[in-house]
Design a binder for this molecule. Structure first.
Ligand SMILES: Cc1cc2nc3c(=O)[nH]c(=O)nc-3n(C[C@H](O)[C@H](O)[C@H](O)COP(=O)(O)OP(=O)(O)OC[C@H]3O[C@@H](n4cnc5c(N)ncnc54)[C@H](O)[C@@H]3O)c2cc1C
Length: 486
């Protein structure tokens, strides 16, 4: 029977079954059509708001599979999406009707303790990499939730507990292996295809499919000092004012995250607090534990905490503390911007907005940045935004589709209410499904976006990688024309 697949230009391509058979014969991993038993589970990603049905899912086992998949898609002009960890809020990993190139089976990690580097395949989660690097008492600069994919996180920037010491995740890459839109395998590094290397460090999935990342490693753990302290929401103003000072003065080894939410039924929170509004500060100190104890002492002594789980613990455990709050399969919608500081007025707005949280799972979060981030030149990578001191994320999370409107509305309203305090910049990896054009420009800035658009014309002139936060859409038609004509 003929198979219908979505074309990149929006049309439909009829494919004879023998063409799919021939492709399958040269492909090592599973190739799933919608009637395959594993299809339903494989098409699902972290955010249940995304319900797309690819025409074909090709599950790559190595670089050769990625090359074959891209050449096949290019030859027949199929729409393509690329899945790493499947954690992107806007669900870019899954396309409707086209070919989903799924890298999640590619999970190799090789640590070179002497060179202090690790090479990780693009299907790894953060947890996969931390597990292997911690064996050597080292870590790469990754994010806060262990199930997140390294591929989307790194190509879109990346920040976590080590960012204040070492910069964005993408600032800490040594090299990448990339399959280009033409199906060529390249090594991108400062001495090989440096322009591609630059573009891939923040330019998101626009420039090729990265099959492996080579990260710099740093001495971390295996034990660190970390955990969280929680207070009742009635103390939120004083706690957030304390947080502003504490976070601004803390050394780079100490990173903290402030969260406003209703208390989940977690064992670390007293039963009588479950469902009650709270403010919590998560903290991780990766320097000497004794020093960390002195640094976090004022935090632990502040006000009347209802819970305190700061302790000496494995770094890998710290990296999973926020996992339980972000399970796969719930509905999610985020709106975020960068802040240069925590203005006293933004504290009032945040508390007011948190008092209207429509769901017990939703959170308003301040992630701390700054430190080493601001020391590199603005154009070191497309990530820019080196003046960002915090990311403020209004993160809605709920169970039922019937509650979509209310929860999306809360995040949007919170975003608008906090907009006056934003640097104007935003994080490409936190952009929601409908955020294109000007929000992509906000993520990169006009100048960087122009450079990215020019490189897009060099490395992907047919826009194979359009199922992304597309830099051509962000650059706008005028800029696209300028770029094409130069
Ligand atoms: C629960 C949760 C926690 C998070 N925490 C953090 C955090 O602490 N720090 C942080 O910086 N971000 C964080 N993020 C955001 C995260 O960085 C992005 O969602 C990122 O896109 C996830 O990567 P992925 O591989 O899982 O995504 P996917 O959904 O698989 O892919 C996302 C995008 O990346 C592109 N892509 C995927 N694989 C490749 C590849 N191999 N080569 C080129 N492009 C590719 C895709 O085309 C797509 O556009 C978090 C997200 C979630 C859901």
């Amino acid at each position: 029977m003929t198979i219908e697949l979505r074309a990149a230009d929006g049309g439909v391509v009829q494919v004879a079954p023998e063409i799919v058979q021939a492709f399958k014969a040269g492909f090592r991993g599973p190739v799933l059509t919608p009637d395959a038993p594993e299809y339903e589970e494989t098409r699902k990603i972290w955010n249940a708001m995304i319900d797309r049905r690819p025409g074909l899912i090709v599950r790559c086992t190595g670089t050769q599979d990625v090359v074959n998949a891209l050449r096949f898609a290019r030859q027949h002009r199929f729409l393509v999406s690329v899945r790493g960890g499947g954690h992107n809020i806007s669900g870019l990993a899954v396309c409707d009707g086209g070919v989903m190139i799924d890298l999640s089976p590619m999970k190799g990690v090789w640590v070179d303790p002497k060179a202090r580097t690790a090479r990780a395949q693009a299907g790894c989660t953060l947890g996969d990499v931390d597990r292997e690097t911690q064996l050597h008492g080292m870590a790469a600069v990754l994010g806060f939730v262990s199930a997140t994919g390294i591929a989307g996180l790194t190509t879109g920037g990346g920040f976590g507990y080590l960012t204040r010491q070492y910069g964005w995740t993408c600032d800490n890459l040594v090299s990448m292996e990339v399959v280009t839109a033409e199906g060529k395998v390249l090594r991108a590094a400062t001495d090989e295809h440096p322009d591609l290397f630059w573009a891939l460090r923040g330019g998101s999935g626009n420039f090729g499919i990265v099959t492996s990342f080579e990260y710099k490693l740093y001495d971390v753990g295996p034990e660190i000092l970390g955990g969280a302290v929680a207070w009742r929401a009635e103390d939120a103003k004083e706690v957030l004012e304390f947080y502003r000072e504490f976070s601004a003065q803390a050394p780079r080894e100490t990173t903290s995250v402030a969260v406003l939410r209703k208390a989940p039924p977690a064992p670390w929170l007293p039963k009588e607090m479950h469902g009650q509004p709270i403010v919590a500060i998560f903290v991780c100190h990766t320097g000497r534990i004794e020093e960390g104890e002195k640094i976090v002492a004022p935090l632990r002594a502040f006000g009347r905490p209802v819970a305190d789980i700061i302790t000496r613990r494995p770094y890998t455990q710290m990296q999973t503390l926020l996992d339980v709050a972000n399970p796969k399969g719930r509905r999610y919608y985020w709106k975020a911007h960068y802040l240069a500081r925590i203005d006293p007025k933004v504290i009032d707005v945040a508390i007011e907005r948190a008092s209207h949280l429509p769901s017990p799972h939703s959170v308003l979060v301040f992630f701390q940045l700054q430190g080493a981030l601001g020391e590199l030149p603005t154009d070191h990578s497309p990530m820019g935004n080196r003046d960002a001191a915090y990311v403020l994320n209004a993160a809605s999370s709920w169970e039922s589709a019937m509650d979509d409107a209310e929860n999306v509305h809360w995040a949007r309203e919170t975003f608008e209410a906090t907009r006056p305090f934003s640097t104007g910049g935003t994080y490409v990896n936190f952009l929601t499904e409908e955020e294109g054009g000007e929000r992509i420009e906000a993520a990169y800035g006009k100048k960087t976006l122009g450079t990215l658009a020019a490189l897009k014309m060099k490395y992907d002139p047919e826009n194979m990688f359009r199922h992304t936060k597309n830099v051509l859409a962000g650059a706008g038609k005028t800029l696209q024309r300028e770029v094409v004509n130069t």
